[in-house]
Design a protein around this ligand. Sequence first.
Ligand code: NAP
Length: 475
Amino acid sequence: MSERQADIGVLGLGVMGANLALNMAEKGFTVAVNNRTAEKGYQLRDENGAVGQNILPTDSIEEFLSSLKSPRLVLFMVPAGPIVDDEMKRIMPLLSPGDIMIDAGNADFNDTVRRSQSVAGTPFHFVGMGVSGGELGARHGPSMMVGGAQETYAALKPILEPISAKYQGEPCVAWLGPDGAGHFVKTIHNGIEYADMQMIAEIYGILRDGIGMSAGQMADIFADWNTRELSSYLIEITAVNLAEKDAGSGQPLVDVILDEAGQKGTGRWSVIESQKLGVGATTIEAAVSARSVSSRSAERALTERLYDGIEHARAEFHGERDGLAELEAALVTAKIIAYAQGFAVLTAASAEHGWNLPLGEIARIWRAGCIIRSQFLDDITKAYEGNEPPANLLHAPEFVTRVTAGEAALRRVVAKAAMAGIPVPALSAALSYFDDYRRARGTTNLTQAQRDLFGAHTFRRLDQDGVFHHQWPAV
Ligand code: NAP
């Protein structure tokens, strides 16, 4: 066993754990590592030159823990769920007072709250930390969302800040609140990511099926859009995805990829939590549902055959400058609405759980390192950190101006897609939400009347205070 004492321990050397360990090692920290398959730790040390020299592989959990400085920082990077509980059970009997366990996987925040409560009665500490940026982010600078006791964060900050992504020199990591706050914010980050990706896929569908463009032509368009308001990691990678050729067939690689999208749960959790909180996150819901529908490709093929007689109105999409500018403006506008929904979920969760989530800080740490990173998040930070933080992003003057400017384009794109039979579930969900949210007088007065008729659920009136039940005619 090495005499060297490590600054932190990483338990789990999959894609994320191995890259986070290398990132820490590169910043000069000594990192003890332990993995179910122990050889991976030795490989990590031996295959990474000088950086690898800061990695201390261990063969047992006892050796792993005894190689750590006190208080010990143990970071779990294993699949979310019962494995985290099992690993905690395995190491807790071997910990000393003051030691800190950090679950850095994509946990369900409800599990993080439960784990925090169970550790609260012990002399140890528990931190739930969301990490975004995938493999490259973990290796060169992720965005990290920390939940737990603020005092505990003080012990982690000297390691987390140097390894984090930087936006104009500012670290993309922050303590966001107690117990499940960090994992909740990461979940909603992923929900927004689902919405962003789905809306991009819908615009791709219009370019491909409505205008008839090739993947190569579309790559140029996304690369161009990446120079303006839409500038973001997801638009940038879309251009790369579309430009790539399949070595075997010589065709664009996207054209030979099966159209079934996978999902691991965070999008679904976003929808479940937004529903529990009574917040409409309709673009996220549409994006999650679209992935589910996509996974049923055999059923879709059958349905296409059954409905192949349906005539669609002639698509009026066109690929000239004006037509493309309309698609660009529609995507910008829908994106603002989708982010407003995501932040509305965060606002409601903050009130529900008493977290006092710093919304401006959240947008700030998403500006670099994470999958939804973009210039646009800087505008959100400014909106929340201005003199009068808005109750909803759609109330911020900057966004009122932008949505007002882009709303007509979004409306035309959604209407034309509907007439052409091109599915745009997330774009249309964003538009419908906007139309619903921006009108003072809605239509659920009728819903209330129906509820009162069949279930005596009562209603309130516009012209009188109080709660009323009406004797409706018998039906
Ligand atoms: P991964 O590549 O599948 O690695 C999983 C790690 O957990 C491996 O080290 C594996 O050990 C270990 N492991 C699996 N089952 C285990 C068990 N029953 N007992 C003990 N160890 C076990 O996973 P990953 O992509 O690094 O993801 C880790 C966590 O980060 C997950 O919660 C994931 O959702 C989250 N995350 C992933 C990404 C991403 O882009 N991949 C981004 C953000 C967050 P072996 O080597 O022995 O198999």
